[in-house]
Each structure stands twice: as C-alpha cells, then as structure tokens.
Ligand binder design. Structure first.
Ligand code: NAD
Ligand code: MG
Length: 391
C-alpha cells in the first residue's frame, strides 16, 4: 500500500512510554521506516541501545551532563551524538517525513516549535507544549504550513471523527475520561493517596507524570485546553464525560444530533499507528475489540469537588493569555513534588490554583514569552511549595 520508499522518522522522547510504543510499531515495520534521530533526557545507555538497534543517524540527550556517557556508549559506530536543549531543537529541525513529539512537559516545547518551523509533519503527544503555547504554537503551524497530527488518544479520536466533515457543523465535542485510579475514593482517602496509588492506572500504562495527571484529572484539564486549540469549535461546545472503561476515546456530535465516536483498545499504539500511517492505515499487533466481552460502557459526570483540576483548566483557558502556561508550569512543579513525597495528593491542584491566583503575566506572543512565563511560574510555584506544610 505504501510507496516503495521508506519514510524517515525522528522520535523526541524515545526512551519514554510513547517512545517505546512508537518504536514497537517501527520495529514491526522496518521496511516502511528508517529512524533519523532519537532523543532522551538523560538515559544515555538506553538511548544508545535504541539508536544502535534502529541504526539511527543521530542520538541526542537533553541533559548535557549525560553526553559523555552517550558518546562512549556509541563509540565505534557512525551514529552522531549531541547534548543540551539547543541540540534537541537542532535535532528537531532536521528534515524528516515524521516527527513524533513525545517529550514530557514544557521541556518539549522548543523542539516541537523547531519541527513546526521546518513545516514538518508532527505526531504530537506532548500535550504540555500545546497547553503552554496554545495560540503561539497554532499560529506557527499555520504560518509554516506544518501538519499537526494529534496523538493523544482523545484528540486522535476527535481527529478521526472529524474526517471528511466541516468543523462548523459540529455541535459538541465530548472528551472521555477514565476518571483515573482514584475515581471512587472519598475526599479523606484522596488526601492520603500515595504516589504508588496515584500512578497505578487501571486502563493505561504511561509515564509517571501523566499517570499522576490522570489521577488528579489534570490530564483531562490539559486535554480540554489541547482540544480547544486543535479543534476551534468554542469552549461552550467542549465537554468532558467520565467513561471508566476507556473504550470510547472521544466523540463528535454534529448539528443534526448524529454523534461519531472512536473506539479501540486502550493502547497508545492505536492512535500512534493512526498518525504514522495517516492518511492511510497500518496493522498493529493488538487484539480486536471484543465488545461482548467488555459488556458495558458506562458514563457519568465529572466531580469537580473531589477533582478540581478540570475547573482550573477551564478557568485558565477562559482567562486566556498566560494562564494556561502558568497552570501547566505549576502543575509540573506540583506533580514532581508529590512524586517526591513533599506534598499530599490534594495539594497538587491546590498549588496550581494558588500559583494561578498569585501570578499574572502579559499575553505571550512568541516562544520566548512562553518560556519566560513558564520559568517565572515555576519559581512562584516553588516558593509556594517551600511555604507548604505536608498535610
Ligand atoms: P515518559 O516520562 O515515559 O517519557 C518522557 C520522555 O521524554 C523520555 O524519553 C524522557 O527521557 C524525555 N524527557 C523527559 N524530560 C525531558 C527533558 N527535560 N528534556 C528532554 N527530554 C526529556 O512520558 P510519556 O508517558 O511517554 O509521555 C510523553 C508525552 O506524551 C507527555 O506529554 C504525555 O502527556 C503525552 N501522552 C502520553 C500518553 C501515554 O500513554 N504515555 C498518552 C497521551 C499523551
Ligand atoms: Mg489522553
């Protein structure tokens, strides 16, 4: 079905969960893809192993202090190496057919922007980049004629449900949420939730940061903001519904009240495959969906008292300007502090709300503005962290 030529692919964040899922698909289709560049933050040995296996041209670590380890691990090969934040951006601007943006956090924004400025095709998993940079990133996509393929499962579902339809005919977009591992917990239990409990997601296997975001529902909050930028139907047409089985990945309703939904196994290889093969399709190693075995699909509203994150995200996107970047930065600091045992589970969203109420900034108009707001919001969140007692 494909052209005889193989396509080149760069994976930013190759050692993570999305990186591993992407490389699994590439590994099964070595005749279709050749790897140009693989990046990681610091896991040099792991990155070197992958670069070797996939015969990459370039391997880059974001943390420059890990470059010497990467160099020695790849000595004797013809794989080039580089290190540092600037090297990540340079790597992302190399011409390739497909860039998978799978760095976690706002750290991925610079490289995503570099890939956008090259006018490339980007499978975007890195939601924090879009949440922080919203308008700035989307206008760069327009200006440079880049193609953004949403990889986050909900947005990929919406993208698929919109295919062939006019977005002005959409009456509602519904993001489904699993509700996370703590969905049924009481407020008292939530206060005492440990990192191990928060990262134990029932349906999805993911990196630590997004797993905590799932537990607080901030993941859905970030996705709400992400959806607002990717599918500009207006905030009043965006909804969230809790759907614990994670079978329906999201839905689009049209003005005639016809609703299209995308269903699939809760495995990121499905949306990643949809991006890699787009606008065609490719095989994945997953079992077909067995709806009779699943039995029931259930839905309920979100509870913004126990899980205030979706309210904070909605308020941030309504406020606009710098607010989503501040929300994201504060959340990254708070999640790291929670994983580190410094704060309790309910203090994550409390810290985000506190940071948002204490720090406002002018509307960002370019990447430098976003990065400055991100840095300042982290400083403020860290100040709040220092004055926060573990409860
Ligand atoms: P992960 O923690 O498993 O992997 C993150 C990757 O980014 C690793 O390769 C790591 O080395 C790299 N990285 C981390 N910090 C970096 C830095 N400062 N500079 C450069 N590289 C850095 O995360 P993940 O679960 O694979 O998620 C990646 C992104 O995809 C996140 O934005 C997440 O929200 C999004 N996403 C993930 C899933 C999932 O199922 N895992 C689903 C939807 C969206
Ligand atoms: Mg998602």
């Amino acid at each position: 079905d494909y052209d005889a030529v193989t396509r080149s692919i760069t994976i930013l964040g190759a050692t993570g969960s999305i990186g591993a899922s992407t490389l699994d698909l590439v590994r099964r289709n070595r005749d279709l893809w050749h790897v140009d560049t693989l990046t990681a933050n610091c896991s040099a040995a792991e990155l070197a192993k992958l670069a070797h296996e996939f015969d990459a041209k370039l391997a880059v670590v974001g943390d420059e202090s890990c470059l010497s380890e990467l160099r020695s691990a790849l000595s004797g090969t013809d794989i080039e190496t580089a290190g540092g934040a600037q090297a990540l951006c340079e790597a992302a601007s190399r011409p390739v057919d497909m860039t998978v943006a799978a760095i976690v956090g706002c750290a991925g924004l610079g490289p995503v922007m570099a890939a956008v400025e090259r006018g490339g095709t980007i499978a975007l998993a890195n939601k924090e980049a879009l949440v922080s940079a919203g308008e700035v990133l989307m206008s760069a996509v327009q200006r440079h004629g880049a193609t953004l393929l949403p990889t986050d499962s909900e947005h990929n579902a919406i993208f698929q449900c919109l295919a062939g339809n006019d977005i002005t005919e959409v009456s509602r977009i519904t993001l489904t949420a699993s509700g996370g591992p703590l969905r049924t917990w009481t407020p008292e239990q939530l206060k005492a939730a440990t990192p191990a409990q928060a990262v134990a997601h029932p349906n999805w296997s993911m990196g630590a940061k997004i797993s905590v975001d799932s537990a607080t529902m901030m993941n859905k909050g970030l996705e709400f903001i992400e959806a607002h930028h990717l599918f500009p139907v207006g905030l009043d047409k965006l909804r969230i519904v809790v759907h614990p089985q994670s079978v329906i990945h999201s839905m689009v309703e049209y003005r005639d009240r016809s609703t299209l939904a995308q269903l699939g196994p809760s495995d990121m290889r499905v949306p990643i495959a949809s991006c890699l093969a787009w606008p065609k399709r490719m095989d994945t190693p997953l079992e077909p969906l067995d709806l009779a075995a699943i039995g029931e699909l259930t839905f309920r509203p979100t509870d913004e008292v126990r899980f205030p994150a979706t309210r904070l995200a909605r308020e941030a996107i309504q406020a606009g300007g710098a607010a989503p970047a501040i929300l994201n930065a504060a959340n990254e600091v708070a999640v790291a502090a929670f994983l580190d045992g410094q704060i309790g589970f309910m203090q994550i969203t409390a810290m985000v709300e506190d940071t948002l109420s204490r720090y406002t900034a002018a509307v960002p108009v370019n990447l430098e503005d976003i990065l400055a707001i991100d840095a300042e919001a982290r400083t403020r969140a860290n100040q709040i962290l220092e004055s926060t007692a573990l409860v």
